[in-house]
Write a protein that binds this ligand. Structure first.
Ligand code: HEM
Ligand SMILES: *[C@@H]1O[C@H](CO)[C@@H](O)[C@H](O)[C@H]1NC(C)=O
Length: 503
């Protein structure tokens, strides 16, 4: 080995490396010049200081350590204040741009959609832990998956929803003490949305909240699947070092998740044969299963669909009740608005949409605690962002092929230029007359906009209304602030401990 090193012609090698490096630099420079001229790009003057330009250890350290402390997203806001709403964190190997500018989000998600793909880190990590479904697919495979899943959420398919919601919310209410005794709503919301999503999407419910059921299997599935999604998030924050992260527990959990899903699907098929109601087109499972014949893809797609619909809605409910419990006057106003519109009746969907204050509260929760707080895309060719170049950051910015754009909805949602003052507080009233456009993106936008937005909102309105009708007062039992728990959907790390008083 040593003799081999000695034999090498070192001056020649160094020369060769220098030529190659300058070649890369010149190529990059020419590409950016060409584009710059074309679209008026300026170089970025907003550069975050980088201690380790090779693999980005400082960036990884920040995400991991600050993630543990639950302050990662608040730190992001500070960074944007320091460097501007679009700044670069360049490595020698690839370009990273952080942004919370609505113009840039619009470009990445909609106007420039074809120039971007999902980041490769997300595809590999999520694919490894949760299989390959709509959240990891791009191009034709993605449009195909979307075309299969979307019709199951069409308006006329919603007819079945009210009775599903009513049944499960009643089960949910039996788990809540009536005289202000402490209860953690967070796990109950996760079980509730699981029961609803499985019934709506798969045709029969996991019934986690049914007191008469033995729930070990469901509980195991639930825990396993949480472990997988937490591991996915942790792995992603390790960046290029993720390959060194081995988690045997997660690998085992993944196997059990897949097994559970396979058995569930098997049971869905059996039940269908039993009832012979194959003409019943209302069932999402039947539709999806008839479009995807391969069992493994069917399982992966359904798992992603379940994940998309369940964790997100549970997190929204939990985040909303967290802030409502801290703001008793807002809860009182919400309750009186609900009662003035629908009294104690079973709500109808059109009745729910009439309760303006309820919609303000939900929007405000999604603003303050967006369930998917940050996300990213990777440039598939040389392209540009409309903002981030020049000394003031207002000129277009050149992006090399492979550049990663990390867009931060959490920070954007706390921009006073868009939302006015008291951005760190829960103020539903601010939504009176507010039209933030691309400044408010809880469900994303463009061709990959959430397919379940309508479903999620109506589900949330319904559940909140039923709970608010039942309880006159809601109080927080936890003096601590809301602290982020990073997951595939973001909730409060300390749960949601409250007391409720029946009317
Ligand atoms: C409060 C509830 C919800 C929130 C905040 C939410 C948010 C989002 C966001 C931000 C995305 C974009 C992700 C990305 O581009 O990487 C998304 C995608 C998606 N959502 Fe939702 N979602 C919610 C509920 C639902 C429900 C109930 C369903 C299904 C019944 C659903 C199905 C989907 C699907 C299938 C996608 C992938 C779309 C695609 O890539 O084409 N979501 N959601
Ligand atoms: C809530 O936000 C959406 C944008 O996602 C907007 O269209 C809607 O009007 C807002 N609702 C209210 C009541 O302001």
């Amino acid at each position: 080995m040593l003799s081999l090193l000695a034999k090498l012609n070192w001056p020649f090698l160094v020369l060769w490396a220098a030529v190659a490096l300058s070649g890369v630099c010149i190529d990059r420079y020419r590409r950016s010049r060409r584009f710059g001229k074309l679209r008026g790009c300026q170089t970025s003057h907003k550069q975050a200081q980088v201690k380790d330009p090779f693999i980005g250890l400082d960036f990884i350290h920040e995400r991991v350590i600050r993630g543990l402390s639950g302050r990662r997203l608040l730190d992001c806001i500070e960074k944007f204040k320091q460097y501007g709403s679009t700044y670069s964190v360049d490595r020698l190997t690839y370009q990273v741009v952080q942004t919370c500018d609505p113009e840039n989000l619009k470009q990445v998600l909609a106007t420039g959609f074809d120039d971007f793909a999902l980041p490769s880190s997300r595809v590999s990590v999520m694919g490894e832990l949760l299989g390959s479904g709509i959240f990891t697919l791009d191009g034709d495979l993605w449009s195909h998956a979307r075309a299969i899943l979307r019709p199951s959420l069409a308006k006329h398919k919603m007819d079945r929803l009210p009775s599903i919601l009513e049944h499960h919310v009643q089960q949910f209410l039996t788990h809540i003490p009536r005289q202000g005794e402490e209860v953690d709503l967070q796990p109950l919301f996760f079980e509730l949305t699981m029961d609803i999503a499985t019934e709506f999407l798969m045709g029969y419910s996991s019934n986690m909240l049914d007191p008469s059921r033995k729930r070990e299997k469901e509980q195991q599935f639930f825990d396993d699947y949480m472990l997988c999604s937490e591991e996915a998030i942790k792995k992603m924050s390790y960046g290029p070092l993720r390959f060194f992260r081995l988690n045997l527990a997660a690998t085992k959990a993944k196997k059990r998740v897949f097994k559970y899903m396979d058995e569930y699907i098997e049971e869905c098929f059996e039940r269908q044969d039993g009832t012979a109601e194959m003409t019943d087109k209302e069932n999402a499972f039947q539709e999806i299963a008839s479009a995807i014949t391969d069992r493994q893809s069917l399982r992966d797609q359904l798992l992603h669909f379940l994940l998309a619909s369940r964790d997100t809605t549970a997190s929204l409910l939990s985040n909303l009740f967290f802030v409502l419990a801290k703001n008793p006057q807002t809860y009182a106003r919400l309750r009186s608005e609900v009662l003035s519109k629908v009294a104690f009746e079973t709500p109808t969907f059109s009745g729910l949409r009439d309760i303006e204050y309820l919609r303000w509260c939900v929007n405000e929760s999604l603003r303050l605690h967006p369930v998917i707080p940050s996300n990213g895309r990777e440039a598939t060719r040389d392209t540009t962002l409309p903002r981030g170049g020049g000394t003031d950051g207002k000129s277009p910015l050149f992006l090399r092929k492979g550049a990663v754009v990390l867009y931060n909805v959490f920070s954007m949602h706390r921009d006073p230029a868009i939302f006015g003052d008291r951005v760190d507080e829960f103020v539903p009233e601010r939504w009176s007359g507010l039209r933030p456009g691309w400044g408010f993106l809880p469900f994303s936008g463009g061709p990959r906009v959430c397919v379940g937005q309508h479903f999620a909102l109506i589900e949330t309105y319904y559940l909140v209304t039923r709970i608010v009708q039942t309880f006159e007062r809601l109080e927080s039992k936890d003096p601590r602030e809301w602290v982020e728990l990073p997951g595939l959907a973001m909730t409060c790390r300390n749960g949601n401990k409250v007391g409720l008083y029946q009317a």
